[in-house]
Design a protein around this ligand. Structure first.
Ligand SMILES: Nc1ncnc2c1ncn2[C@@H]1O[C@H](COP(=O)(O)OP(=O)(O)O)[C@@H](O)[C@H]1O
Ligand SMILES: [Mg+2]
Length: 318
């Protein structure tokens, strides 16, 4: 089938670790036809949503992550989204207003018959940080508020806390404040922009020393291995972008319980690929925009995550 990948510019891909590349390579290996565009190449015209998309072929040895070029592209052509067998939204966050605009356009395309993954409405409906609230039995003690006094009271009660923005990524703006309250005032003022922005405060989970575990759900089913992203040195953040070390490991019984609780619900909402994050026994994020970590799990365990994903995609479009 023809598969359209809506992604960041292909020339910026680091293919040795890129999840979208892993998907493309597997789809290409199975003789699907690949197209690529960026969100700004979507347009609504004449009553239909189309994309200025380039047909691409993958060149060279698929397994060689160092090669350049890794693809060849034809001239962009304008194609109605419904004419593709599947459309994969793989743009990385930030989840800003332009991202939301893209989901609206994609939803219009869906109404005209396009098969879009993840489902645009579900992408919009799941705040990656706040969506955890739907499963209170899985979440750490958490407060979400703009109110500086309440954030300070949360620290006074729990002593060792994490403060983070709701729209951050890659660990940006994530602070730990210990019992001594060092810098609490400034951090609260900065993150809440003096009471105008919503902040998430969470009890510090000591098990972060064993990693922030990425649990992938594909078609509602968990990948059997998580990627534990382990903070290095004095760093509190496990994000790979913040220097965290990725270690693939089998899901724990609790990881599996969380995955099995959320999997069917998220799948039914049209979320074909979700990246849950868990620290210790707690769910901390539900990533729906452009989940990653395929490559690291595939390389360390040999488990074919990309194969599982393309299988699920092929099933989903029937
Ligand atoms: N409640 C917590 N307890 C311990 N560490 C945390 C907690 N929340 C976040 N962190 C640390 O901060 C990092 C980034 O936080 P996260 O909520 O995942 O936001 P982001 O969207 O930026 O990845 C995590 O990988 C983890 O190392
Ligand atoms: Mg995270």
């Amino acid at each position: 089938m023809d598969i359209l990948f809506i992604a960041d510019p292909l020339d910026h891909f680091k293919i040795y670790k890129d999840t979208t590349y892993a998907m493309m390579a597997e789809a290409f290996r199975r003789s699907h036809t690949l197209y690529a565009c960026e969100p700004q190449h979507l347009a609504w015209t004449g009553g239909v949503v189309e994309a200025g998309a380039k047909r691409i072929t993958i060149v060279g040895d698929l397994a060689n992550g160092d090669r350049s070029p890794w693809y060849a592209a034809e001239q962009a052509e304008h194609r109605v989204l419904a004419s593709f067998g599947a459309v994969l939204m793989r743009k990385d966050p930030p989840f800003d207003m332009e991202y939301v605009n893209a989901t609206w356009l994609l939803e219009m395309a869906e109404c005209a018959g396009a098969r879009v993954f993840n489902k645009p409405q579900a992408i919009r409906d799941h705040s990656e940080k706040l969506a955890i609230a739907e499963w209170p039995q899985c979440v750490p003690t958490t407060l979400v508020t703009c109110d500086a006094a309440r954030l300070r009271a949360f620290h006074a009660e729990h002593g060792d806390v994490i403060l983070k923005p709701l729209d951050g990524m890659g660990g940006m703006g994530v602070f730990r404040v210990k019992q001594d309250g060092m810098n609490l005032g400034s951090i609260v003022e900065m993150l809440s922009e003096n009471g105008e922005r919503t902040v998430m405060a969470q009890k510090f989970i000591p098990e972060i020393k064993d990693g922030d575990k990425r649990i992938l759900l594909i078609g509602g089913q968990p990948v059997p291995y998580s990627l534990a992203r382990i903070p290095q040195g004095n760093e509190v953040r496990g994000n790979l972008a913040a220097g965290g070390l990725g270690r693939a490991q089998l899901l724990s019984a609790r990881d599996r319980e969380i995955a099995e609780t959320l999997g069917p619900v998220l799948q039914a909402r049209g979320l074909l690929l979700v990246g849950l994050d868990a620290i210790g026994d707690y769910l901390t994020e539900v990533n729906v925009t452009s989940p990653t970590c395929f490559r690291e799990i595939m390389d360390q365990t040999g488990f074919d995550v990309a194969g599982m994903f393309i299988d699920a995609l092929e099933r989903a479009v029937g």
